[in-house]
Write a protein that binds this ligand. Structure first.
Ligand code: NAD
Length: 503
């Protein structure tokens, strides 16, 4: 199998023009160079060619951006009505929709994902997300609470609460779904009236910069949204520990999440963490196998497996094990692998040479662990960081490939017999992660019992990893703190002030 790269599709003129521009940091409404003039070269992971050069900020730039965000928090932005905030967020959604083709091509070139997936994710977790939170901006309010402090008579005292923006938000995002990761934080932050300094993943900053341009176009006041592209250990660390930041919204690996928590301790800033996963997909013998096969294949290999929700541990009952494994392997073998702009590509490259090396390390560990290599198992010759979708059968939870997050196209399958549901759930819960999961059965009692026992932030029945702005999303255990999406996703961007009045 080799990736078909002889026919790389050229991006449109608008995209080529965007790439050719000088890309700077967005601070206080101005596009500026990094204080030390540093830049980062951005690579297309499908061709390994440099497609853009972007200013690379550090601690000094984070200082400037945080100062701009603090100033904006008390400026014009604090005075506009919630209706106006709602209108601006909606306008940003319209502007993104009008630039959907550009955003999609930038996302494909930056990250490598196939074009239909980029477009779907930008609509579902970008445009729709902005419109969903545009609606919330006008529905944020406190409560009136009857109280009797210090033995006062009923009716003599009143407490009311107000919901205030938490303040300056530092957002740090990963490379696996670059644009949605920014919008998942920006939309609720704007709805709540916060300001933001974004540090996008250094490998994939292009759609974040497009969002920055659109925020200016639609009239979001200067300094409300600032972007400092830079490396994690430099700009990211400076943002996480900055005393001028009130809250960090982080999505990334569990290891870096723990570093963020320590850095945030200095001024006890609020922290939400969306971290890694190793999600189970449990198939009972009565399941509709025709639905299971594409559901499990897409669940595992969507975004080349570089997906926190990926269903990378497939538990299949012995009675249907062969049918499920054969079906998913047939799909994996049939996936067309190629650059994301090629119209028939089902899977793109991994993000980088380093990521491919890490994933191949796991595959080698799988091969020597005694697991059965069902399909794949090899890297594909370059250019481009392509890898075959890989399935290991007859795995067990003592194997490293079954326990650790691989973040690549590697599926581990385990069989189970007629053991009780508690034993299956225990297997599902036997990693440090608790992000997602799915149960496939026609038996509603089995489905709901399993849902209750799987310790994950979201568990689906007869589908995997459904995404909608209204569905709360986040992890249990070492998959994270807090939730994004839905009404719960707004909460971390608000704080409560209680006022008590004695008559
Ligand atoms: P990563 O943790 O390496 O990097 C994420 C971000 O943190 C990047 O912007 C990076 O520059 C920054 N960073 C790195 N070191 C830092 C430091 N010391 N201080 C501050 N910031 C720092 O993760 P990644 O490789 O970009 O993304 C893959 C990981 O993200 C996977 O573990 C995946 O499961 C997770 N993820 C989780 C979700 C979710 O919603 N739960 C979604 C997408 C990705």
């Amino acid at each position: 199998m080799s990736a078909a790269r002889e026919d790389i599709v050229t991006p449109g003129t608008e995209t080529r023009n965007f790439l050719a521009e000088k890309h700077r940091l967005l601070i206080g409404g101005e596009w500026v160079d990094a204080a030390d003039g540093a830049t980062i070269e951005i690579e297309d992971p499908a061709t390994e060619s440099v497609i853009a050069e972007v200013a690379c900020g550090g601690a000094a730039d984070i200082d400037r951006a945080v100062a701009a965000a603090r100033k904006a928090l008390k400026g014009e932005w604090s005075k506009i009505t919630s209706h106006e905030r709602s209108r601006l967020i909606w306008k940003l959604a319209d502007a993104l929709e009008a630039n959907l083709n550009l955003a999609t091509e930038l996302e494909v070139l930056d990250n490598g994902m196939p074009r239909p997936i980029a477009m779907y994710s930008i609509v579902a977790a970008g445009i729709n997300h902005l419109r969903y939170y545009a609606g919330w901006a006008t529905k944020i309010h406190g409560q009136t609470i009857p109280v009797s402090p210090g033995g006062t008579q009923r009716g003599d005292t009143l407490t009311y609460t107000q919901r205030e923006p938490v303040g300056v938000v530092g957002a740090i995002t990963p490379w696996n779904a670059p644009l949605p990761m920014v919008i998942l934080k920006l939309a609720p932050a704007l709805a709540a009236g916060c300001t933001m300094v974004l540090k996008p993943a250094e490998m994939t900053p292009l759609t974040a910069l497009l969002i920055g341009r659109l925020t200016k176009e639609v009239g979001i006041p200067d300094g409300v949204f600032n972007i400092v592209v830079g490396y994690g250990a430099d700009a990211g660390a400076a943002l996480a520990e900055h005393d001028g930041v009130d809250k960090i919204a982080f999505t990334g690996s569990t290891a870096v999440g723990k570093i963020i928590l320590k850095a945030a301790a200095g001024n006890l800033k609020k922290v939400t963490l969306e971290l890694g996963g190793k999600s189970p997909v449990v198939v009972f013998p009565d399941a509709d196998i025709e639905r299971v096969i594409p559901g499990a294949a897409r669940g595992a290999f969507f975004l080349q497996g570089q997906n926190c929700m990926a269903g990378t541990r497939l538990f299949a009952h012995e009675d249907v094990y062969d049918q499920v494994v054969d079906g998913v392997a047939a799909m994996a073998r049939a996936f067309k692998i190629g650059p994301g702009l090629q119209p028939d590509s089902d899977l793109g490259p991994l993000i980088s040479a380093a990521q491919r090396k890490t994933v191949m390390g796991f595959i080698d560990a799988g091969k020597s662990s005694g697991a059965e290599l069902v399909c794949g198992g090899a890297a594909i010759d370059g250019p481009g960081h392509f890898i075959q979708p890989t399935i290991f059968g007859r795995t067990n939870m003592s194997m490293r490939i079954a326990k650790e997050e691989i973040f690549g196209p590697v599926l581990c399958v385990q069989a189970f017999g007629d053991s009780d549901l508690d034993a299956i759930a225990e297997q599902c819960n036997s990693t440090v992660y608790g992000l997602s999961g799915s149960v496939w059965t026609r038996d509603i009692s089995v489905a709901h019992r399993m849902v209750n026992m799987i310790d994950s932030g979201q568990v689906s029945i007869n589908c995997h990893a459904a995404v909608d702005p209204a569905i709360p999303f986040g992890g249990n255990r070492q998959s994270g703190w807090g939730r994004e999406f839905g009404q719960e996703g707004l909460e971390p961007y608000l704080k409560t002030k209680a006022t008590t009045v004695m008559f």
